[in-house]
Design a protein around this ligand. Structure first.
Ligand code: MN
Length: 257
């Protein structure tokens, strides 16, 4: 049997499970909030054009408004100043949108400490157990944060000192960007950086180093608990917004059962 026929047959018979790693997109989808001196993204919103009424008797349709970086979304390199002349979201090669993924599970650590940071040693220990990070694939960083995604305040977990959500240390972000073959980093939180990363040096190191190295980000993923540590294939479909810095994205995973 051809590889593609075998693939679709396995999906049909359940030998390969298709998982949705995407958060539903609505007006209550949590969004990033920046300090008030900066420009802000808008939340997702539907604007009804007609619904089987005088405005269109037989049809229902909407316009919508959204930020590029709302809900489960894809960060293109040009999102960050370190890659200002890098790829925009429409320029990401489609062959890179289907890629292997590994899952590093730090749920227990993030539950104990919402400011938990992944370090280089954590990655190396994981590699000792599971093998090298995938060439051209995704590092999916599981923290259990997806259970908070129903509520903006719980998701951002901010107090008077700012947001407190797990992330990656400066050193580890630089390591992943410069010394590993991954294509990108996927997270369950509102952005690829830790909540406190505004105070790091450099600030927002995942954005700075990974996008600066031409790598990608995927945010607000869910169902990572249903993926094996290795062996899943991720299909990520951002809209080809010409000149765009990112896009809400449907992210699927294929898992062998
Ligand atoms: Mn983003």
């Amino acid at each position: 049997m051809s590889v593609l026929r075998e693939l679709v047959e396995s999906i049909r018979t359940g030998g390969i499970e298709v998982l949705d790693l995407t958060a539903p997109l609505s007006g209550t989808t949590p969004i990033l909030l920046l300090p008030e001196q900066f420009g802000q993204t808008v939340p997702f919103a539907l604007h009804e054009i007609s619904r089987y009424d005088d405005r269109g008797p037989a049809w229902y349709w909407n316009n919508f408004t959204t930020g590029e970086h709302v809900g489960t979304h894809f960060d293109a390199p040009n999102h960050w100043v370190t890659a200002r002349d890098g790829e925009d979201i429409s320029q990401v090669a489609v062959s890179k949108l289907i890629a292997p993924a590994v899952v590093l599970d730090f749920v227990a650590e993030a539950r104990r400490d919402p400011d938990f940071l992944l370090e280089i040693d954590h990655v190396k220990q994981w590699e000792d157990e599971h093998g090298p990070l995938p060439d051209g694939g995704w590092l999916l960083y599981r923290t259990g944060w997806d259970v908070r995604a129903h509520d903006q305040a719980e998701f951002l977990n901010a107090d008077e000192t700012g947001p407190h959500t797990p992330g990656i240390s400066v050193q580890c972000a630089r390591y992943l960007a410069e010394e590993t073959p991954i294509a990108g980093l996927g997270v369950e939180t509102v952005g690829t950086d830790a909540g406190a990363a505004h105070s790091f040096d450099p600030a927002f190191p995942c954005h700075s180093f990974l996008l600066g190295a031409g790598k990608y980000g995927l945010t607000q993923l869910r169902n990572l608990d249903r993926l094996p540590p290795t062996g899943a294939v991720v299909i990520a479909g951002p809209l080809p917004i010409v000149g765009g810095s990112g896009s809400p994205t449907r992210v699927l995973a294929l898992v062998e059962r």
